[in-house]
Design a protein around this ligand. Sequence first.
Ligand SMILES: Cc1ncc(COP(=O)(O)O)c(C=O)c1O
Length: 374
Amino acid sequence: MKCVVKLIIPENIKNIKPYPPGKPLDELEREYGITNSIKLASNENPWGPSPKAVEAIGNCLSGLNRYPDGSGYYLTRAIAGKYGFEPSEIVLGNGSNEVIELLVKAFITEGDEVISSHPSFLMYQKFVQVRGGINHVIPLKDMKHDLIAILDKITDRTRLVFIDNPNNPTGNALPPKEIYEFISKVDEHVIVVLDEAYVDFMNPEFALDMFSLVRNTKARCPVVFLRTFSKAYGLSGVRAGFGLMPADIAVCLHKVRQPFNMNQLAQAGALAALEDEEYYQQTLKKTVDGLVYLQEEVNKLGCISYDTQTNFFLADVRGNSDKLYEALLHEGVIVRSMSSYGFTNFIRITVGTNEENIRFIKALGKCLKYLNYA
Ligand SMILES: Cc1ncc(COP(=O)(O)O)c(C=O)c1O
């Protein structure tokens, strides 16, 4: 319905394009009149959260008349213990999305500059637009973050650099040596944010020494790490993420956050999920098995799948990806077309359960034939 009052909408808000979420299953089924569809589009955990997390969330339900613990006391301490940090170096968020938002809120005022890559996670740029900041967006080079071009773009007004590592949507991770070298060259007034939403799936050879980077043992630019419970821990629906950062940055984020920014169910679920190491390890193993199967089968069908350090991968389908995306929807399968990211022949596929993976491969074979690709 059209608004009757004359709205004065600031230019920076007018220019924001809403985030395009993966199509929900319900919506697809309603639109196409189908049932039993599958979604391999949003890099979620297809096996669900740990049963212990589900139980912990269930145990909270009768206490929902009370506000949550605004300090996230138990979860913060559990995270601190797991990674060897102090609680004062941790900020919880309503998804890691919120920690990104808090960083921008705390450090960006009009005219301040922020550097990110394209394609990478779209929300960095949107939060900056809201604050009237200036986005410098550096294209990936050979599908990887172009650290040299990022360094070149840093000015006195640069406040934040966002690097998702592994990158979404390419799935690749940068060698630690390159990141250490990059950080050693960044000016001290710039905060480098390493968004590790998919770190759980990453080969340990790419792991960074979080402790020395956050504690800044070599006196260089401040570094913040972002983590989430939405991916490997299967808790996308409750929204739980956190940042590990120098305590003086955490103090700033606490100043700008809402007092109860992580809800009670998210805190309880995340705490139980963090403690269920066995379930977490099973998820990682099943993800690797699923990836091996999917990539082999996708390649057998004549597509080219790309190496990944995550629970998703890109495939060059050797034809227009929007058309393939549409054809797959008719088969009840949702993936991501990468055309809006500039990769017109690529789709992004998230690992599903065995049954889902098999269904996807069948549907892909059928659609590729129908469209005459590959
Ligand atoms: C690279 C990256 N960072 C951050 C997020 C946000 O995750 P959440 O807010 O669910 O923790 C996502 C979600 O897809 C992502 O891909």
